[in-house]
Design a protein around this ligand. Sequence first.
Ligand code: C2G
Length: 458
Amino acid sequence: MTKVITYGTFDLFHEGHYRLLQRAKELGDYLIVGVTTESFDKARGKLNVVDPLMTRIENVRKTGFADKIIIEEVQGQKFSDIKKYGIDIFAIGSDWRGKFDYLKEYCKVVYLERTKDVSSTMLREKMRHIQRIGVIGTGRITNRFMPEATRVSGVNHQGVYNPHKASAERLAKDWGIQAYDTVEELFDDVDLVYVAAPHQYHYDYVKAALEHGKHVLCEKPMVLQKAQAEELYALAAKKNLVLMEGIKTCYCPCFHKLLGIVMSGRIGTVRNIEACFTKLENPESRELTDRRFGGSFRELGSYVLMPILKIFGLDYEDIRFESIDDENGIDQFTKVSLRYKNGFATATCGLGVKSDGRLLISGTTGYIVVPAPWWLMSYFEIHREDPNDIERFSEPYLDSGLRYEISEFLHRLDEHPESQEKSLSDQESIALAGLMEKFNEVHPPKVDAAEEEKGTKA
Ligand code: C2G
């Protein structure tokens, strides 16, 4: 008798789960299904799980494929289950490809293709159906986004668009999704759109997606002009759609904790904020060669300004930008100084410069320091006058951290606009676009007419 085992959360049970179990069962004679407990999902960073364990077990049972159902409670259990039940085959979806190769020493490991189209027909009685995501752009960030989206319950990758079809096809092949010829065809097949194209194309894609009635999560900087941001948020509101800017740090649990602590007055009244983000980037990269849209501020400015706007607000009295440029006029290093009625702030960003990427918030009774890299925040300290008086806080920040913004995006779809308070509000996102625009005014790109023409046509 060939014994097969598979595991999953099986939340909002859908066709992808059904087909996975069906094919796992076909691999042998006896199928064991491990269903994850809430606490295990929490520990492994699976977010937004809706159904309680008993409902998830019942849905697996109803398929009739499982000969035995067990619960998965702890890390390392797969290995002991394989031994305990004398398993011949471990089966799991292809989104986990390579991740369970270590089990090959004990049994055969089979990665089954994920189901591409997950319709909601099996979920008629459920509150929320599986949201199909379409991705625009296939760069580094998209490659991080794809695995992170599988860690959030209630979403499923559907397809990808890139005007360079070959790149879209590559990503589509890796993820068993569809590469679309036009962006309109992608919109027709999805509920949500993730825009991760180069910044200068964001406005057009976001606008088109909203006009097609799709919710949009757009990478930072969403747009480079305030009026464009205002227009897009107004359009989203008019169409009752969610539009959210993806500055990942502001959606992570540790940042929420930090903000709560600052706002509750634990370090007194805040007087100074310093945020720094620098990166040694490849000199050939788009960020360091694109005279119109490259440079450290456009690339990293959203991160360093975000905590300043969250804590001090949008009403600064004065702002000054200072940059060190390369011979093409691309800023390698930029410092933004903001003066508020009762406080100061400095946002520093650099490409090709390395500094201590920390966030420092100084108040009248103490200061908070988030060590580098603060934008991947999982720990911070409160210091007071007595050098021994240090309070330490930590919260998980898993992998690239994009799962938190995806989770927040779904939360807003469920009509929880109040969550803007602790992450990023529309007004703050509009203000960030305004600061991008201001930077452009004081630091106009050094481009000749031919390049200008090429840029607008691209
Ligand atoms: N699945 C699929 N097609 C989809 C969605 C999911 O084939 N469109 C598969 C997954 O690859 C997985 C199974 O269905 O093999 C269960 O998926 P989830 O409930 O999302 O569970 P997961 O987080 O993948 O947990 O220990 C837990 C396991 O490691 C897997």
